[in-house]
Design a protein around this ligand. Structure first.
Ligand SMILES: Cc1cc2nc3c(=O)[nH]c(=O)nc-3n(C[C@H](O)[C@H](O)[C@H](O)COP(=O)(O)O)c2cc1C
Length: 444
């Protein structure tokens, strides 16, 4: 029998107003409603109509401004992810809910408890985007002048995850007896302390909630540096990444699988989802017009600000028509992994500073696409079949219209091609992503 075609997975990467920096200015975006339940419910329900695997909320723990510069020219960043995911899980039935939480500014017991609760009340749909938070501006909101060095952040993250997984496993799946007649709610022999001791934490346990329906929430990570990727190779079950070209994405995916093998993990233990920001219309010309329309809405100061922020380089006083000073940027400070991918895109396209600024403003360093539903389906299918991804983390440039277009026009094409589900087959996020449930230490 022929093997069935590989299936795409989709994450809905939400952002108030949309991922294009000027998305909030688009006339179809309900900008005055970005903090209302209606806005988020509509988005999550649209994603569920499109049979998306997951609804995802990021969090950077700081406002996107620098030294008060350009204050007020963009939408605010995310609402609190875990609160939002909790409420979204109540107004949806199947879509997974993935909340970002930082291992640098929290304690494992409190976080393990939040995700256990989210997994229970959502019926096994919780995921955690585990971040270590890189920015000094975030640390300044948590009583520290500067961020911890990256190696320390990832060492703390590793200890954090050991403590959390031990806490989720501190209850056996069969610890709940609910024996009314005998008066025994729990079986104490199936609940054990964890006694986690590491450089960063000392946690007694057990957790005060039963083991989550999924065993653990789905663990998501997006590390791009060597320590970040090693961290992901050990624990991530879904990886978000910002690959913008197919060959680089193939190399990223195969090297991730190789790193995972060092920790005894098979390739099918992870779903790799590069970001993709699609702008779709019935014809290519119409899609390009939309792109222009959005570009017109970007205030030039905002684009230059974004480029400066992303590359940690001051472009404010440069002529936007000058070529991008790629080597000067590299020499001034080793670029972050995202910064390096922007610089490579600048070199490939021979971009000027103004063009690079618009490029970054358009896609927030992720791959962008402008064209028709069939063309987008071609791109996605090509990446899937070339082993460059297992799906995509979608970043609609403005909400909700571009998400509606994706769900109504692109999803049916993918379904007809047999590379995307027509309906959910399971109820949990693990089932959507084809991931195993961790057995826990009381199993067997
Ligand atoms: C799609 C995507 C979403 C991300 N979301 C967040 C986020 O919400 N909060 C955060 O602090 N970092 C976020 N990051 C940053 C990553 O966690 C990571 O720090 C970054 O890719 C750089 O890798 P490194 O930490 O190994 O240097 C995200 C990255 C990607 C690609």
């Amino acid at each position: 029998m022929a093997t069935p075609p590989k299936q795409l997975h989709f994450g809905l990467f939400t952002y108030p107003g949309g991922h294009h920096i000027a998305g909030w200015r688009h006339p179809s975006t309900p900008s005055s409603e970005l903090m209302t339940l209606d806005f988020w419910r509509n988005m999550a329900q649209l994603g569920e109509r499109g049979k998306f695997d997951l609804f995802f909320v990021g969090d950077t723990l700081f406002t996107r401004e620098k030294d008060g510069r350009f204050f007020g020219r963009q939408a605010f960043s995310n609402p609190d992810p875990i609160s939002l995911c909790s409420v979204v899980s109540a107004v949806t039935e199947r879509i997974g809910v993935v909340a970002t939480l930082s291992t640098t500014y929290h304690e494992p017991y409190a976080i393990a408890s939040k995700f256990a609760t989210l997994d229970h009340v959502s019926g096994g749909r919780a995921g955690w985007n585990i971040v270590t938070t890189w920015e000094d501006r975030a640390s300044q909101n948590f009583s520290r002048a500067t961020a911890l060095p990256k190696d320390d952040r990832y060492a703390r993250g590793t200890d954090f995850m050991r403590a959390c997984t031990a806490l989720w496993d501190s209850w056996g799946d069969d610890a709940l007896l609910m024996d009314r007649a005998g008066g025994r709610f729990l079986d104490p022999s199936r609940i054990q302390a964890v006694h986690h001791r590491s450089d960063s934490f000392d946690v007694a346990g057990p957790l005060r909630q039963p083991r989550p329906p999924q065993g653990w929430p789905v663990l998501v990570q997006a590390g791009a540096s060597p320590p970040g990727r090693r961290f992901a190779a050990q624990i991530a079950e879904a990886i978000f990444t910002a690959q913008t070209n197919m060959a680089e994405a193939q190399a990223f995916r195969s090297s991730t699988h190789a790193l995972m093998a060092e920790y005894g993990r098979p390739p099918e233990a992870v779903v790799i989802m590069p970001g993709l920001s699609p702008l779709v219309a019935d014809t290519e010309a119409a899609a390009k017009r939309l792109e222009e329309e959005l570009a017109e809405l970007v205030h030039p100061e905002v684009a230059i600000w974004m480029l400066s922020e992303n590359l940690y380089f001051n472009f404010y006083d440069r002529d936007p028509d000058d070529p991008m000073p790629i080597e000067e940027v590299r020499a001034s400070r080793t670029p972050t992994s995202n910064g390096e991918s922007i610089l490579r895109a600048c070199a490939r396209g021979n971009l000027t500073i103004g063009q690079a600024a618009r490029h970054v403003a358009r896609s927030r360093a992720h791959q962008s696409f402008v064209g028709t539903p069939e063309q987008l389906a071609d791109l996605m299918q090509a990446w899937l079949e070339a082993g460059a991804c297992d799906g995509f983390n979608l970043l609609p440039p403005y909400f909700p219209t571009q998400l509606e277009v994706f769900v109504e026009e692109v999803v049916p094409v993918l379904q007809r091609r047999g590379i995307y589900r027509r309906d959910y087959e399971g109820t949990t996020l693990r089932e959507h992503l084809g991931l195993k449930r961790p057995p826990g230490r009381h199993a067997g």
